[in-house]
Design a binder for this molecule. Structure first.
Ligand SMILES: NC(=O)c1ccc[n+]([C@@H]2O[C@H](COP(=O)([O-])OP(=O)(O)OC[C@H]3O[C@@H](n4cnc5c(N)ncnc54)[C@H](OP(=O)(O)O)[C@@H]3O)[C@@H](O)[C@H]2O)c1
Length: 309
């Protein structure tokens, strides 16, 4: 099989595969699906076997970090590893409640979180530490978060620092000029951040796209609570099927649409299904959409109401 295209993640200089892996799906119950240890190990090793070299996780994702440590720490040289900070260390979800925990950006909590992540992931460094949940510049400044992250960088525990950012704070985060990379939600059905992805890349930062496969909705498989049904509504309204080539699936189109954004560096799609992983890889291997198809898709999607904010 051909190699996945790699793009340079902005000023980090890391050459990351255009398809990355979002390890949130490995979090298990109560906030996610039941995933056996065996299945978690299989999917993580398949990710690496297929040549995907970027993995995203978070303190907040249940047992995801532990599973990375358990199943692929022995292959640490094969992947760039990104986690998050600000998630309250020691917080446990209440049984039966699908709600995230609080975030605290103080030195004490950020350092405790990184120490815990490194222990869980059985590594002595992470490639990218991202502030989770897009706090405002004011909160970051009052909490001394950037200074704390830079200290962790100086200690070699973290190579680069980033932000998982969204509107309304993301433009401010980019202006701060301190973040090496940004994780941003973006897809054909969720184009609010389209220009900010470009702005982050133009400022020299890396861009990591989440939501870039619209949570599997375009596959047409049963709509579970976690899927993104808006995509299908927009898709129908924009008559996007007319743009599909013979034999091309909607899922392939959506993944390639995300990838065609000139400012995007890696698209961290999550799955626990090895067959889905292979499909996503094959879609990604087909590369960018042709220019005329991409422009027409954006025109139709805008008419259907999804445009950059
Ligand atoms: N605030 C934040 O920083 C934040 C928030 C959310 C997510 N994230 C990160 O972003 C990553 C991506 O998350 P996301 O929310 O964008 O979800 P996503 O990865 O777009 O979607 C995951 C869903 O898509 C399904 N899927 C994947 N490939 C498929 C295929 N070929 N056919 C059918 N279904 C498919 C998966 O189901 P199967 O398992 O059945 O394939 C899963 O239900 C997460 O893992 C996490 O690392 C970060």
């Amino acid at each position: 099989m051909a190699d996945l295209e790699k793009r340079t993640l902005g000023r980090t200089g890391m050459d990351v595969t255009v398809l990355g892996y979002g390890a949130m799906e490995l979090r298990g119950v109560p906030r996610g699906r039941e995933v056996s240890e065996e299945d978690a190990g299989r999917i993580l090793n398949t990710v690496l076997d297929l040549g995907i070299n970027y993995i995203d996780t978070s303190i907040d994702y249940g047992v995801s970090e532990e599973r990375i440590g358990r199943h692929i720490a022995h292959r640490r040289g094969e992947y760039f590893l990104a986690s998050k900070c600000g998630c309250l260390v020691g917080w446990e979800p209440e049984p039966g409640r699908d709600r995230g925990g609080p975030h605290v950006y103080t030195k004490e909590n950020v350092v405790a979180g990184v120490e815990q992540s490194l222990r869980r992931m059985n590594t002595d460094y992470m490639d990218l530490l991202q502030v989770h949940m897009t706090p405002s510049r004011q909160v970051l400044e009052e909490s001394g978060t950037i200074e704390t992250m830079q200290e962790l960088q100086a200690q070699g525990k973290v190579r680069f620092i980033g932000m998982s950012g969204t509107i309304p704070n993301l433009a401010d985060h980019i202006d701060m000029g301190v973040f090496d990379a940004f994780q941003i939600p973006y897809s054909a059905s969720q184009r609010e951040h389209e220009d900010l992805v470009g702005a982050a890349a133009a400022a020299g930062s890396g861009t990591i796209i989440r939501g870039g496969a619209a949570r599997g909705a375009p596959s047409g498989e049963e709509r579970t609570a976690g899927r993104n049904p808006e995509l299908l509504d927009v898709w129908e309204q924009a008559q996007m099927d007319e743009l599909l080539e013979e034999g091309q699936s909607r899922m392939e189109f959506v993944i390639r649409f995300t990838q065609t954004h000139p400012g995007m560096h890696t698209n961290i799609v999550g799955t626990i299904n090895p067959e889905h992983l292979r499909q996503n890889l094959e879609a990604s291997l087909k590369g960018n959409l042709p220019d005329d198809v991409y422009e027409e898709a954006k025109r139709r999607l805008a008419e259907a109401g999804t445009a950059p904010a």
